[in-house]
Every structure is written in C-alpha cells, then in structure tokens.
Design a protein around this ligand. Structure first.
Ligand code: MG
Length: 356
C-alpha cells in the first residue's frame, strides 16, 4: 500500500471556545492509502493539543508508517493497528487516520459499507447533539437560535457564569441539554451546580473534573441525579475498568482511541462494566465523522457534529437533518470529495511535498 497525506485546515463558523481553550481553525490531516490493485481508502487525523498531538507529530508518524505499510496486507487489521500502537503509543489521532483509511479500503474491496463490515444493521434513527461553545450570553443565545432544528444541544460549560447562562438558554429552547464541563469544575462547584442543573432538563454532564479525579467522581455520582460521563479521562479500553462504579458512562472518540478497531474494543469493555456509551468527535471533516457514524448502532448517545461546525469541509459523507444522521450510500465509509477542485488542490499539494 502507498500512503500519502495532506494538511486540512478546517475553518470554524464561530470561534470555538471550551473551558480551557479558544480557536478559529482546526488543523487536521487527511490520509490516503492506495493498494496495488488500485483500491484506495481515506482517513483523517484531528489531533488535539490536550493529548500532546499536532499536525507536526501526525506527519512524523505518517512518514514513519510509509515503509511499514508498503508490504502490508490491509486485511491484517489487528496486526497493523497493534504494531502502530506499539510504535506510536501517544499518537492516537495519527493512528486513527490509518485505521479509518484501512477500513474504508477493505469495505471498498469487499463492496460493502463499513457498518456491514462490522456486522451491524444500517442505523436509521440516530440523532446527534449539536455543540454550543462558550461565548458571551448574547452570542450563545444566537447560536442556540441558529441550532433550533436540533432536538439535543451539547452546551459547553466550566466557566464562572455557566449555570446562569444555562438558565437563560433554557428559556429560549425546549431542546434536551447535555452539559460538557471539559474538566472545568472543582468538587464543591460540582455539588452546587449539579443541584441547579436538575431542573433544567439536563440529560447528562460530561467530564466535570480534571483528569484523574476518580474519588471525586465517585462521591458526586452517589448524590447526583444527573448521569455523569467522562471524556478526557478515558482514551482507550484499558482506562475503563478504573471508572467502573465511579461514573455512568464514557465518551468514545476515534481520535482519542486510535480508530474504529479500538473504539469497538472500548464499547465491549464499557458494556462489561455496566457503563453507557456516547460516541463523540473533535472538529473533523466528513471523513472521520462518517467513520464514527457507522458505529452508532453500538452506542447510547451520539455527538457527531464536528463537520457541521466548519465552513470548508472538503468531503461529503453522513448528512444531518434536524439532528438525524443518514449514512451515505457507498462502500467503505461512503465519503466522496465535495468537488474536483478540493481533490485536485489537495493532490497538487501532495505531489509538491513530503508525500510519496
Ligand atoms: Mg467532551
């Protein structure tokens, strides 16, 4: 297999702010694999600084993977993904890009969509939440108004006036709220704020505390009426058992865990520990969002809106209507370049730079 890649700067519709950071552009990398029979596969890495990844580190992993994949049989997914994990343990987003591209390629070779390759029925009733980032109250109200077609909103919290803001937002929408604190609360804040949220139609609260606060989570869960989920705390399957009994559920992301194969391992591990499962995302194009959408029959909650937050998604894939996801027809992921221009400019870039 030949591996090539190009950088993808996704422009955000609104400045995206969460409890710990703000950004206008998400810097991702698109990976293309091509086998000797001409069948190709596409994947994407959306690195996050929180986990120590960036475009440079992704590129370095991809450069080092070129030789490794050259003679590899794409059907040996277990061997390839384990070898990559052994070599690049801290580079989950880069590994996810290769994993996704391999699944896309195998689906195309077998002429079946990814969900079928995974032994799943086509999802037909999946509804995603839509994310409202932190902003001024006026702008958050405007964002909620713009998102009025979505029945579920994920509101970013973890700032001083977050409860007051949620109360105000509650007055202008009937949507279900999921609240993502992104590690922004202390234990005392959480006790107080969770009480306030009980009357605001909040379905769940995600990652209230800094990573590693298992005792605090366990104490809060004892009293909280709202389910508590962790996201930043759990990257892969081996992280899950420690949280058994301490939380109600986990948020799985392909970019955190290294791709489809590890995500499935996590789903089974979480189920064995009686945990609910959300599948979430970073700010990503339709490539990796669509890959995650193929897994939705296995989860309880879906938060796959990363491609809806950007203005220059170069691919088409899963579509969203009033929050409801529809997978594209087609084998593998089923994604296609949005137009020839997007594809040719990326291929030009590829020819001129480090890609083989
Ligand atoms: Mg989160």
């Amino acid at each position: 297999m030949n591996l090539s890649y190009y950088p993808l700067d996704l422009k955000l519709k609104h400045t995206f702010q969460i409890a710990r950071e703000t950004r206008d552009i998400q810097k991702n990398v698109v990976v293309l694999l091509k086998d000797t029979d001409g069948v190709d596969g596409v994947g994407e890495a959306a690195p996050t600084r929180f986990f120590g990844e960036e475009v440079k580190s992704v590129s370095s992993v991809l450069d080092q993977s070129i030789d490794l994949l050259k003679q590899a049989n794409p059907f040996y997914l277990e061997d390839i993904t384990l070898l990559l994990k052994e070599r690049f343990p801290g580079d989950a987003a880069a590994r996810a890009a290769i994993d996704i591209a391999l699944y896309d390629m195998i689906g195309k070779k077998l002429k079946i969509p990814l969900f079928q390759l995974l032994g799943l029925k086509q999802p037909t009733t999946t509804v995603t939440s839509f994310t409202i980032g932190i902003d001024t109250l006026e702008k958050m109200c405007k964002k909620v108004d713009e998102a009025k077609d979505f029945p579920i909103l994920k509101i970013k919290a973890g700032f001083k006036e977050d409860i007051e803001t949620l109360r105000k937002l509650r007055k202008i929408t009937k949507a279900i709220f999921r609240v993502d604190v992104n590690t922004g609360w202390t234990f005392h804040e959480a006790r107080e704020k969770l009480n306030c949220l009980e009357n605001l139609g909040v379905e769940l609260v995600e990652q209230p505390f800094p990573v590693g606060s298992i005792d605090a989570l366990r104490k809060v869960k004892r009293h909280a009426k709202i389910p508590i989920f962790v996201d930043e705390d759990i990257k892969e399957a081996k992280d899950i058992p420690a949280f058994s009994g301490a939380v109600d559920g986990i948020n799985i992301k392909l970019m955190k865990c290294g791709g489809v194969r590890e995500a499935i391992r996590m789903i089974h591990t979480a189920r064995a520990h009686g945990l609910k499962i959300m599948i979430g995302c970073n700010i990503e194009s339709s490539v990796s969002i669509t890959a995650a959408a193929h897994l939705t029959p296995l989860v309880d909650y879906v938060d796959l809106d990363g491609h809806l937050l950007v203005t220059n998604d170069p691919y088409t894939g899963v579509t969203v209507d009033k929050g409801r996801l529809t997978l594209p027809a087609g084998d593998g992921l089923g994604v296609s370049p949005r137009n020839d221009k997007a594809l040719s400019s990326s291929q030009d870039w590829c020819k001129q730079t480090v890609c083989p």
